[in-house]
Design a protein around this ligand. Structure first.
Ligand SMILES: Nc1ncnc2c1ncn2[C@@H]1O[C@H](COP(=O)(O)OP(=O)(O)OP(=O)(O)O)[C@@H](O)[C@H]1O
Ligand SMILES: [Mg+2]
Length: 330
């Protein structure tokens, strides 16, 4: 800038020509571009070094769950689950599960209901061994899950989680992830089973549509159906559905439940549900309250017990009736 001013002055005084002024201007432009470039490179190198530091920090983080040295692969001939007096807390001063015992015989379905924060999702996290129990034990087909390799345990379990997080990739990949060896046809059949085929067909890029970071370009119900399709494709011996259809409208939910009934047939399943109408056929329903089982039995049994379950059922039925009446008015 200063040299331009000096040059302009010199031109006015007649010591330099306009050509000299333009030349100096050009020199300055030529000089500033590489300087800005070097600045950019420097910034990027700094950022990369910071990222590498974070990466090494992550790599050095010790895993909370480590396979024992004599851990074996879990082979799942039948898939029966047993929770035996399970106690658990995330933080020492706040117990979450306090003496939970239940069995899911092979091929049967157990439903868990209860207030928010009762510990329902915690039960599914413990079964996948994302955390170890504080006391008691969980076993599959008689093998304590702490004695088997975590990777084989998780391969045997399919989860449709409460809050589905997708990979920043295509819808097709996100479904395919359930079973990466599966062919294209199997992926599409899973999409049909999860009733997401219509939505995929309506997209210009179909299965190749990118879902965005954590799947943020999809609605809650679409994400849930991708997760269901993934579980259908994985077809594991044990299935956990954690509020798997909570973001869907009643019609889609009913359709999917039919597809899920097929998947659940002959599979061991734990279903966590808020809408009780979706679990009436479960072999056993467990009512969880503040980490303890307060009621248990089949749907019919529980209705006769005149307890929390019956109250929840009546409230939801009344609500549904009002909803239907409102619909018939409009
Ligand atoms: N990672 C965690 N660290 C500490 N506390 C946690 C953690 N995850 C859950 N909790 C606490 O454990 C309790 C049980 O959580 P959980 O997710 O099992 O509830 P839930 O029964 O599934 O509830 P909802 O119906 O709302 O999904 C909650 O009070 C929650 O605050
Ligand atoms: Mg939950």
């Amino acid at each position: 800038m200063a040299s331009l001013l000096l040059s302009a002055n010199a031109v006015v005084r007649g010591e330099q020509t306009i050509g000299d002024f333009v030349l100096i201007h050009l020199f300055l432009i030529q000089l500033s571009q590489p300087l800005a470039f070097i600045g950019g490179v420097y910034r990027e190198i700094r950022q990369s070094l910071t990222d590498i530091e974070v990466l090494f920090g992550l790599l050095e983080t010790p895993a909370e769950i480590i396979d024992s040295s004599n851990a074996r692969d879990l082979t799942v001939p039948s898939g029966s689950i047993c929770f035996d007096d399970v106690h658990f807390h995330y933080a020492d001063d706040r117990p979450i599960l306090r003496g939970i015992s239940f069995d899911v015989p092979a091929g049967k379905t157990v439903a868990i209901v209860g207030q928010s924060g009762a510990g329902k999702s915690t039960i599914s996290r413990l079964l996948c061994r994302f955390y170890d129990v504080t006391a008691g034990s969980i076993s599959i087909d008689g093998h304590d899950i702490r004695s088997v390799k975590a990777i084989s345990l998780r391969a045997a379990i399919g989860v449709v989680p409460q809050d589905t997080v997708l990979f920043n990739d295509t819808i097709g990949y996100n479904i395919h992830y359930g079973h990466l060896d599966a062919g294209k046809e199997a992926v599409w059949n899973a999409a049909v089973g999860a009733k997401i085929d219509g939505f995929i067909q309506s997209l210009p890029s179909g299965l190749e549509t990118e879902v965005g970071e954590r799947g943020l370009k999809l609605s809650g119900g679409e994400k849930q159906r991708v997760a269901i399709a993934r579980a259908i494709l994985k077809a594991p011996p044990i299935l956990i559905l954690d509020e798997a259809t909570s973001s869907l409208d009643t019609k889609t939910e009913q359709d999917i439940n039919q597809a899920l009934d097929l998947v659940l047939k002959d599979r061991t399943a734990i279903i966590i549900a808020h809408r009780l109408s979706t679990i009436v056929t479960a072999d056993e329903i467990i009512v969880l309250d503040k980490g303890q089982i307060t009621e248990r039995g089949t749907h019919q049994n529980l209705l006769l017990q005149n307890g929390v379950y019956q109250k929840m059922w009546n409230r939801q039925q009344a609500f549904q009736e009002i909803e239907q009446k409102l619909k018939s008015l409009t």
